[in-house]
Ligand binder design. Structure first.
Ligand code: ARG
Length: 509
């Protein structure tokens, strides 16, 4: 019996290793980037496009390899090539001595620099003016180091430059420092903002993991060719034009303030809201789909990850709970009990985000499907909590029930599955429901591994439109509806279990 169980476990491990192996066999050339940096990389609907994407795709073509783009936070881009998750880091990355210690850089493909973005109400005149002020930057960038090293102060770090600008417009920081290209895009169509002159001179290059001379040579050859035949210049023109067009600000809200009277004010607010709804949800992107599709597709991902990991967690939870309670009561399964205890301790002792990142960057680094990674990470995490909830349920069942089951001729497992567990589940359903709800909302951190779920979808709309209220409030409302529907379903299940044969003790039918 024991040998059989061990061999099953071993074969499971085998399947796992095979899965990981197969995934790494694909020779895809993956580019890591952070796509809120127009015109170098930005989103056209769901697709990442831009100068860096064209350059990297050309490298893949030169090497005859399939090409893929991974969109992530900027401070994950260089770690992604170091860990092997991606082969190219192309993200408007400035060559710096510190970065050179960790990765190899190609020849530079553009010379540029950083500037300050300022509200016209506090005109910028000289760099000294920046000292001691709250300065917004995209975290992990050279603007971040500029504030730290030149101004000798801590910046206000945001995930994107657009977010920093939105914060500045909301009065949360005095200036924003960013690379000139995305800075120009930020002030485009935004009458309240302007740009300073250059604060530094920098050049962008593509980074690869150390010790890969052939890959680096291919990147350099591609850059040289694209410069020589004018492709690079054309990409710069085309993508600047495209990203400028994407940047729009609802114009009528500014007009509104000119009118007076409550009715005029109300009608202006109403018009502004309609404009906002159009801009955030209905306006078609270049790929033909509207921005609202970020939410629709995101909702799909949220549901997929949440439901699959609830199921995985349930299976794991049942298993671990039975092992733990059988061991505590009858001394069965000592080895598995020890393993289960380690599992519970580690999973419950470390934060979910960290577990998700470890799964993504270390354990399953060669698995391509981020949805699968998220399901496994959340399922394994939730399994630990569900196990303890279920164990409480099992312990709460009178031991006489097991004895009665055994006396009736049922085996230990039959009694467990048919008599004990159904009652245990019924007793702990409210607590389990709670865990499901927490899990459903917790999936909103999958943005950390660049999966576009509901929350991230709203965030993308916000970063493209600079509109904060509508995207976030809509996302919150969708989560609320999800959780309320789920609670209602659980309530029905509870009632059903109360009134059916799932409860052999209080069954009154
Ligand atoms: N050039 C700056 C740096 O290397 C900022 C780059 C930001 N890139 C991006 N795709 N968000 O630090």
């Amino acid at each position: 019996m024991k040998a059989m169980r061990t061999s099953k476990l071993l074969s499971l491990c085998g399947v796992w290793t095979l899965m990981v192996g197969l995934a790494s066999a694909a020779q895809t050339l993956t580019m890591a980037t952070e796509a809120t940096f127009p015109p170098y990389e930005f989103l056209r609907g769901q697709e990442v496009v831009g100068i860096d994407v064209e350059l990297s795709r050309a490298v893949a073509q030169r090497l005859n390899r399939p090409f893929a783009v991974e969109n992530m936070d900027f401070d994950s881009v260089i770690p992604a090539v170091i860990s092997g998750k991606a082969q190219l880091a192309a993200s408007g990355i400035t060559v710096t001595p510190d970065r050179k210690k960790n990765v190899d850089f190609s020849e530079p493909y553009v010379t540029t620099g950083i500037v300050a973005i300022y509200p016209k109400t506090t005109p910028y005149t000289a760099p000294e003016q920046l000292k001691g002020k709250k300065i917004g930057v995209q975290g992990g960038t050279t603007s971040d180091t500029y504030v730290l090293e030149q101004l000798k102060q801590e910046p206000e770090r945001f995930k994107t430059t657009a977010e920093a600008c939105a914060a500045m417009l909301a009065g949360r920081c005095a200036f924003v420092i960013a690379d000139i290209a995305p800075a120009k895009n930020c002030v485009k169509g935004e009458a309240r903002l302007a740009l300073s002159g250059f604060l530094s001179s920098e050049s962008y290059a593509i980074a690869v993991a150390k010790g890969q001379p052939e890959l680096l040579a291919a990147v350099n050859a591609t850059i040289a060719a694209a410069k020589a035949d004018g492709r690079l210049a054309k990409w710069v023109d085309d993508y600047t034009a495209e990203s400028d067009k994407l940047k729009e600000v609802a114009a009528s809200s500014a007009e509104a303030s000119a009118k007076s009277g409550v009715a005029a004010w109300l009608s202006a607010q109403w018009r502004a809201l309609c404009d906002d709804v159009y801009l955030c949800f209905l306006k078609k992107a270049a790929d033909g789909s509207s921005r609202g599709m970020y939410l629709v597709r995101g909702l799909g991902i949220t549901l997929e990850v949440a439901l699959a990991s609830i199921l995985l967690g349930l299976m794991l939870g049942f298993f671990v709970a039975v092992i733990r309670s059988s061991h505590d009561k009858y001394g069965y399964f000592p080895v598995m009990n020890a393993v289960a205890k380690v599992y519970l301790t580690i999973i419950r002792g470390t934060p979910m985000v960290v577990q998700l990142l470890i799964t993504y960057y270390i354990i399953l680094r060669s698995v391509d499907s981020k949805v699968l990674i998220a399901i496994l990470a959340f399922g394994i995490n939730s399994g630990a909590y569900q196990a303890e909830i279920m164990r409480a349920g099992i312990v709460s069942i009178d031991p006489g029930q097991m004895e009665a089951g055994r006396a009736l001729g049922l085996s230990y497992w039959q009694t467990m599955l048919k008599i004990i567990l159904p009652q245990a589940v019924r007793n702990v359903l409210p607590a389990l429901g709670n865990e499901f709800i927490v899990l459903m909302k917790d999936t909103s951190i999958v943005g950390y591994i660049a999966l576009i779920d509901l929350a991230k979808g709203g965030d993308i709309i916000r970063s493209q439109t600079y509109s904060v209220y509508l995207p976030y409030l809509t996302v919150a409302a969708i989560y609320l509806v999800l959780v309320m529907s789920f609670t209602w379903l659980l309530g029905r299940l509870e009632r059903y279990l109360r009134n059916t044969g799932a409860d052999p003790v209080h069954n009154d039918s």
